[in-house]
Design a protein around this ligand. Structure first.
Ligand SMILES: Nc1nc2c(ncn2[C@@H]2O[C@H](COP(=O)(O)OP(=O)(O)OP(=O)(O)O)[C@@H](O)[C@H]2O)c(=O)[nH]1
Ligand SMILES: [Zn+2]
Length: 353
């Protein structure tokens, strides 16, 4: 039986720097998160100094582990042998790119064949869901109090567990008759929101899937186009007669705020939005829009006109059973700070401008 509550407990444990174990199809790994642990916890976890490091392929490639250049899957697991000189501080430097310019990498790092690939991949996925660096000390076996399976993580992510929690009128700038609908699952801290605008008129609604961007939505960041896109979407839906904004808690394309800001720090060093994600050890885009399909379902909408430049949103909604009868472009003027970001979206992530 898959148990989503175990995943919630595991996320909490990782955030506190406690070990967990993941039991996959090909074996079990005990894991201590590098970002939140410390040397004393490492000594308790691994008294014999035998633990290896579990990193992502993207991060391993950055560390020039030449046999790990798996550009297709930067978030797949790689096992690094624990040499005697590889102490906690060195492991931290391997995990966290903010130290790349300060810490000369000693090496040589030796990658080992990871037998427990299923458990390793699930561990990296769990780190991403927890908003943490995808990097662990790892030992074979179950030497942790909490043992979960990849299926427990799937259950935690299952959009079918989403329900409508409450709804109310919410007049907003550009749509004084709007209604807000809030959704949640038992496990996830972030509540998704729908803003319903106008009255149904028999046509499919104009729908905008907006992924959370604290920096753009709240602070007016000029690095991206999220803030202007959000407000222009409200105006466009209101002008169209009726529709909705789905505000999805997918900060940083699914890697969370802290990891997005780590990616911004890499962008300060000159990497673009794609390479920054990869160097951190994440996929370029970790979002799953099945959650939006579930929200539309709960709102009684099976057919939509979608306001987006991102063909992935169209494809994922359709795969989840929502008919996208039209894609409506949603292009805002560039500014000097987001010009390169928008060009990267056009040239490297398939956005249609
Ligand atoms: N990881 C990461 N996330 C970013 C970055 N800039 C913006 N985001 C996030 O990207 C999401 C918005 O995605 P975009 O790719 O800009 O646009 P989109 O939603 O795919 O496509 P459109 O529907 O055409 O706007 C939000 O969750 C932002 O927080 C970045 O440099 N790195
Ligand atoms: Zn943004």
């Amino acid at each position: 039986m898959n148990d989503p509550h175990k995943t919630a407990l595991a996320i909490d444990a990782l955030r506190r720097g406690w070990p967990i174990a993941l039991a996959g199809q090909d074996g079990t790994l005990a894991l201590l998160p590098i970002e939140t642990a410390d040397p004393a916890r490492l000594a308790a976890f691994d008294p014999g100094g035998a633990a290896s490091l579990l990193l992502s392929a993207g991060r391993a490639a950055t560390l020039t582990l030449a046999n790990q250049r798996d550009a297709a899957a930067p978030d797949s697991p790689v096992l690094i042998e624990r040499a005697p000189w590889l102490d906690f501080a060195t492991a931290t430097a391997l995990a966290d790119p903010q130290f790349d310019l300060q810490v000369p990498m000693k090496g040589p790092f030796r990658a080992h064949c990871l037998v427990e690939r299923d458990a390793g991949a699930a561990a990296l996925r769990l780190a991403r869901i927890a908003g943490m660096l995808p990097a662990f000390f790892v030992l074979p076996g179950e030497s942790a109090a909490l043992v979960l399976t990849p299926g427990d993580i799937d259950a935690h992510e299952n959009a079918a567990r989403l329900t409508i929690a409450t709804r109310a009128h919410l007049p907003v700038v550009g749509a004084e008759d709007a209604e807000i609908v809030a959704f949640r699952t038992p496990e996830m801290p972030g509540e998704h929101i729908a803003l319903l605008i106008g009255k149904p008129d028999g046509r499919p609604p104009l729908v905008r899937l907006h992924s959370e961007c604290l920096t753009g939505d709240m602070l007016g960041s000029l690095k991206c186009d999220c803030g202007p896109q959000l407000h222009a979407a409200i105006d466009a839906v209101a002008a169209s007669g009726w529709g909705m904004i789905l505000y999805l808690r997918q900060e940083g394309r699914g890697i969370g705020l802290i990891n997005k800001l780590r990616a911004y720090a890499l962008q300060d060093q000159g990497f673009d939005t794609v390479d920054a994600n990869t160097r951190l050890g994440f996929a370029v885009d970790s979002r799953n829009f099945a959650v939006a399909a579930r929200m539309l379902d709960l709102l009684g909408q099976r057919s939509v006109r979608l306001l987006t430049n991102n063909p992935q949103k169209v494809a994922q909604l359709e795969a989840a059973g929502i008919a996208v009868v039209e894609r409506v472009p949603h292009i805002l003027p560039a500014n000097p700070h987001n010009e390169r970001y928008l060009a990267t979206k056009r040239d490297r992530t398939g956005h249609q401008f």
